[in-house]
Design a protein around this ligand. Structure first.
Ligand code: SF4
Length: 319
């Protein structure tokens, strides 16, 4: 598989405003690098506030990055403008978490789905037939064409949002917690549909979630974020089977296990305390105040993301 997207040293700081002066900066994304191959799902995980949503939105330039490169199909997105940016915005889409606020309540399903097609001037033949085909692909039908969002459940709204995304034939979709607002019974249907559509349309996903079981089910590769930094990146199966970074170990030990016998004999790490403030993160390794293995070097020097071989990188002085 060739790389579709490469993110290099991405940074985004948000100013924290006082009454008269800027009080500091939230270092939401602080030097993040990773790549996503064509056709794969890259899962981004971490506690809330670790910067994963900011990464997704900055890649799409919904938020402008402070520095770094975002290379999509060989072109640097950060330098794009005019027609090139329009092309990128069509090829790279986002599905939001909240199906209740992401659709315009005053528009019918037909208007919602056809809107981006008209915006980008795409010739789709008969617009009604085109929208019906898309609705059928996401498990809805022509009966839904002239209904309004309030008439649908959360799961159905996410299906409408997906039909709208697919209408412009994208290559890449940021899925930002796409099922976390839905009932568990509906989640599986949406996740399976996303996987089927990915195979059929050769789509590439950045899947952002705090739900580790869902990330494990969806992802080929994953990146684990802590306080604006990536601490472990690589093959999802290998990382879930044998996490290396102490933070990843602690995070994964919180995944509920259906059979407690399975856990017997495994050393369970505990994630203690809350993440420190991203305005003034700890020196050296940002995880050191919560890490049971912390050494002197951890407090002084930041560990680089080290290539461990076999598609695995870890930022920890233990390795
Ligand atoms: Fe723990 Fe040190 Fe590794 Fe950070 S670098 S995770 S403090 S052992």
């Amino acid at each position: 598989m060739t790389e579709l997207l490469e993110v290099r040293e991405l940074r985004k700081y948000f100013p924290v405003k006082g009454i008269f002066f800027t009080k500091g900066h939230v270092k939401a994304v602080d030097g993040v690098s990773f790549s996503i191959k064509k056709g794969e799902t890259f899962g981004l995980v971490g506690e809330s506030g670790c910067g994963k949503t900011t990464v997704g939105r900055t890649i799409l330039r919904l938020i402008e990055p402070d520095s770094g490169e975002i290379v999509f199909e060989g072109k640097n997105v950060v330098e794009m403008g005019g027609k090139e940016l329009l092309w990128f915005r069509r090829k790279a889409q986002i599905m939001f978490q909240d199906p209740y606020s992401s659709l315009n309540p005053r528009k019918t399903v037909f208007q919602i789905v056809i809107e981006p097609v008209r915006h980008y001037g795409i010739d789709v033949g008969d617009p009604e037939e085109f929208v019906v085909r898309l609705l059928e692909r996401v498990g809805l039908n022509e009966m839904h064409l002239y209904r309004y969002p309030h008439e649908f459940s959360g799961g159905q709204r996410q299906r409408i949002a997906l039909a709208r995304i697919l209408s412009v034939n994208p290559d890449f979709i940021v899925l930002d917690e796409p099922t976390s607002a839905l009932d568990v019974s509906v989640q599986a249907n949406i996740l399976n549909m996303l996987r089927d559509i990915q195979r059929e349309m050769d789509l590439t996903y950045l899947f952002i979630s705090h739900d580790l079981a869902v990330v494990e089910y969806m992802s080929h590769r994953i990146g684990v974020m802590y306080l604006g930094k990536l601490v472990e990146v690589g093959d999802a199966e290998r990382i879930f089977a044998e996490p290396l970074h102490p933070y990843t170990k602690a995070l994964f030990s919180a995944i509920p296990v259906p059979d407690p016998e399975y856990e017997r004999g495994k050393k369970v790490e505990q994630l203690v305390g809350e993440p420190p403030s991203p305005i003034d993160p700890p020196s050296g390794c940002r995880f050191h105040p919560r890490c049971r293995y912390a050494m002197d070097v951890c407090r002084e020097k930041e560990p680089p993301l080290k290539d461990m071989g076999g598609d695995r990188s870890v930022a920890c002085w233990l390795y």
